[in-house]
Design a protein around this ligand. Sequence first.
Ligand code: ZN
Length: 300
Amino acid sequence: MPAEFLKVQNAGYHRYYVGDFECTTLWDGYIHHGYEGIFPNADPAEMARLQAEHRLPSDHIPMDLNPVVVNTGSHLILIDAGMGRTSTMFGPGMGHLIDNMRAAGIQPDQIDAVLMTHLHPDHSFGLINPDETAAFPNADLYCSEADWAEWTDEVNLKRNDFRKPWTEGTLAAVAPYRGRLRLFHPGDELFPGVTTYSVAGHAAGMCAYIFESKGQKIVFTGDVCHHQIFDLYHPEWFFHMEYDTDPGQGAAAKAAILKKVVAEGIRFHGYHFPYPGLGDIVEAADGTYRFHAQAVNPRL
Ligand SMILES: [Zn+2]
């Protein structure tokens, strides 16, 4: 009798608390990301050393997508919407957010607000279903004014680079939300205990969200860091010369937020860190940083 493999993992959701807020990371999938073009100003020998020391694959980066729902007790707030199921331009491994949301006991029509860190495809395309209707039909859409200006700019449609398909997809993704769009400036408070903090650079208006309850804080940082090792050891490394709107500004934003979370004891959530993306940042003796991931455990 052959013993058949099941090839199915448990549902991708992980729940945790920040004060009185109930947070649920919902795995949308992952990008099998090549190293080409990544961390262009990195020293190759140092990159190889870190790969070996941390047993990282040297041929690709498995980049998870970790949207989060925060239930504040009065609102259900989703931070970023995943890649969704309308496009496979970043590979076939994504589009699981809705299934994992339902598995976690949350229905898409319960979401009151979607907060966008930025409108790149792997964060925004999941705003719509395959038939282009709103995936979160009762949600307001929150986006910084600068990010909205950059990624809904129809001038991008005339370009011959990645900005054309990215903008095309984002325009379709935000279309059902135009009547309930809430643009803001970084620094604004959006809900009681929910403030915004600029991490511009990777995108011109990228924004982090700080949630605070009962003296506990967590920050959802989008793509200010893409990697749990490289970005922490080397905040000065750029992510990408093309995909970063301003690579130098992105590295400066990274250094600033790492300093802030250590100084203020803020828990850190990296959208592309290994699932569920949650952990704590500490400062090393040489002034660089380390990420201590929260282990996944059925304990609540
Ligand atoms: Zn991203």
